[in-house]
Design a protein around this ligand. Structure first.
Ligand SMILES: C[S@@+](CC[C@H](N)C(=O)[O-])C[C@H]1O[C@@H](n2cnc3c(N)ncnc32)[C@H](O)[C@@H]1O
Length: 231
């Protein structure tokens, strides 16, 4: 993660949200060394074609880890959602709510809301407290439980999506929500460089123009697959 400084949040123009983000990133940065040690045995994959999530032998390691998007991604997503005037925003993978705060600030400014999904109860509870402290609770619905189940109930049209749960679920979650995507919807996916083999099914689908999308990896400090539904 790049050095986190307050100027990275300034354009949100909301001291409460900025203060919560600064606190959460401070905690997230403290976990970086242990995440690096955890990934070290897979470093050769990381700097090669990417890691297979299915080879992850200890998913429980991540139970208390933030593993958030970086601040540059957060601001990029916030500004994209503002540019689109996105009102119905969906997120897969809340964790402690860092990315959700960016999306919810956009939802507030656009007059919309965010649905976010997390299956670990302690993370969901902590995220709710963070949303409260940031003054954004009323713009967020946190759907607790396995997103592959909870998102079967989605019936609103969606105009902006962040997929940031476990990498091998990106495609199944995407297929679940695809019927709800509006023309012009944006779908952003984190960790596309690190976990490319686990997302290849998704990448093959959205990069095939016959399926009605344009898609490429962009780098707001970290590889992010950026997809637009054009048909
Ligand atoms: C990389 S973290 C999300 C980080 C967050 N987006 C941020 O930037 O702060 C992935 C999260 O997805 C959650 N998750 C993984 N599989 C899930 C599932 N099937 N349903 C709901 N949440 C899931 C994990 O518990 C974890 O908290």
């Amino acid at each position: 993660m790049p050095k986190v400084t307050p100027d990275l949040f300034e354009a949100l123009n909301d001291p409460k949200v900025e203060a919560v983000l600064a606190r959460l990133y401070k905690d997230a940065v403290k976990q970086i060394n242990s995440v690096i040690w955890h990934l070290l045995p897979k470093a050769f994959q990381l700097f090669g074609k990417g890691i297979h999530w299915k080879a992850e032998k200890n998913v429980r390691f991540y139970d208390d880890k933030y593993i958030p998007i970086v601040p540059q991604q957060g601001m990029f997503l916030y500004m994209q959602a503002r540019a689109l005037n996105a009102k119905n925003i969906l997120e897969f993978g809340t964790s402690y709510g860092i990315s959700t705060l960016y999306l919810a600030k956009a939802a507030k400014d656009n007059g919309g809301k965010v649905i976010t999904t997390e299956y670990l109860p302690h993370k969901a509870a902590a995220a709710r407290q963070n949303f409260e402290e940031a003054g954004l609770s009323e713009y967020i619905e946190l759907w607790e439980g396995d997103a592959l189940e909870t998102l079967k109930n989605i019936n609103t049209e969606i105009d902006f999506v962040l997929l940031d749960g476990w990498p091998d679920l990106v495609y199944p979650v995407f297929k679940l929500i695809e019927p709800q995507l509006k023309k012009g919807a944006v779908i952003a996916v984190d960790d596309v460089k690190e976990y490319k083999p686990s997302m290849q099914d998704y990448l093959d689908y959205v990069r095939n123009p016959e399926n009605g999308y344009i898609s490429t990896t962009i780098y707001p400090n970290k590889g992010t697959e950026f997809t637009i539904k054009v048909k």
